[in-house]
Design a protein around this ligand. Structure first.
Ligand code: ADE
Ligand code: ZN
Length: 324
């Protein structure tokens, strides 16, 4: 099964570039930029990846990214992820970035964007991996802050395919961001939204009906609402599921309790993704292996998951056909 997982062509649709920072690179950048990390060593940093919930992870995620400062740093971070993804036969990736985690550190929007997009171009030419970029608003911040961030992105509309919503879910429903998503759609941005990770199934419905999300990131808590499952299956709304993330953030106690197999059986368009790989113990292939073993997925279910990843992508139909 591991051979099949390794050789299957895959697309990754739920990946935060800030969440790909490996401790080794964090220490290297901290040293270069004269920034101190609250850990004595790479091993101590890795040992701190022991989370009780989403917030305990986010606290560490935002603190760690402080070492990524220059255009070259963003380039190096992105290229390191692309190399890893290409080595796992990821052929296409749609990457989230969080401008609001960098703007307060006085990093210009153009600096982060240039660093990321120049690496994405190298990914295409040197590694054969195609990509798109999705700007995520931080939902624990205000709707006004999201609006300001959208304004910064407008001059770069052609380099960003869509907008999403991430960070602390509970208490920050999609309804808080109706206006900014409406404006983003007017400018032609595609829409995705984290919903139903820690938040209730109602947040998934809000993401669909109020933000007009085309894809739901996580969405695993839909399984608590049979009518919602029926709707998601009927409309074939993609759900970008991140199994290792869900277990490491205690959404499910053990992988054997993960609903991925039941989601497939319910006819949902689910995909497997890594979210923030070093923090959660693996890139996309390790996520496939973990669910295959815990849920006894068949070869045809693995193939279906890989096919779904291209179907659910923002590639054009001819681009999908070429990669499938
Ligand atoms: N930002 C990075 N990873 C996230 C996740 N799993 N949920 C919400 N926001 C995030
Ligand atoms: Zn995520």
């Amino acid at each position: 099964m591991d051979d099949l997982i390794a050789t299957l062509p895959k697309a990754e649709l739920h990946l935060h570039i800030e969440g790909t920072l490996e401790p080794e690179l964090a220490f290297q950048l901290a040293d270069k930029n004269g920034i101190s990390l609250p850990f004595a060593s790479v091993d101590a940093m890795r040992a701190a990846y022991d989370f009780q919930d989403l917030q305990s992870f986010l606290d560490l995620y935002y603190a760690s990214i402080s070492v990524v400062c220059t255009e070259e740093d963003f380039h190096e971070l992105t290229l390191a992820y692309l190399k890893k993804a290409a080595s796992q036969n990821v052929r296409h990736t749609e990457i989230f970035f969080d401008p609001q985690s960098h703007l307060p550190r006085e990093i210009p929007f153009e600096t982060m964007l240039s660093g990321i997009t120049s690496a994405l171009k190298r990914g295409e030419t040197e590694l054969g991996i195609s990509s798109r970029l999705i700007l995520c608003f931080l939902r624990h911040l205000s709707a006004e802050s999201a609006q300001e961030t959208l304004q910064l992105a407008l001059p770069f509309r052609d380099q960003i395919i869509g907008v999403g919503l991430d960070s602390s879910e509970l208490g920050h429903p999609p309804s808080k961001f109706v206006n900014v998503f409406e404006e983003a759609r007017r400018h032609g941005f595609r829409v995705v939204c984290h919903a139903g990770e820690e938040g209730p199934p109602e947040y998934i419905t809000e993401a669909l009906d109020l933000l007009h999300a085309e894809r739901i990131d996580h969405g695993v808590r839909c399984m608590e609402d049979p009518a919602l499952v029926e709707r998601l299956a009927a409309e074939q709304i993609p759900l970008t599921v991140c199994p290792l993330s869900n277990v490491r953030l205690c959404v499910f106690k053990e992988m054997s309790e993960h609903p991925l197999k039941r989601m497939l059986e319910a006819g949902l368009l689910v995909t497997v993704n890594s979210d923030d790989p070093p923090y959660f113990g693996g890139y996309v292939n390790e996520n496939f292996t973990a669910v295959q073993q815990a849920l006894n997925l068949s070869r045809s279910e693995l193939i279906q998951l890989a096919r779904n990843s291209f179907t659910a992508s923002f590639l054009s139909e001819p681009e999908k056909q070429k990669l499938l």
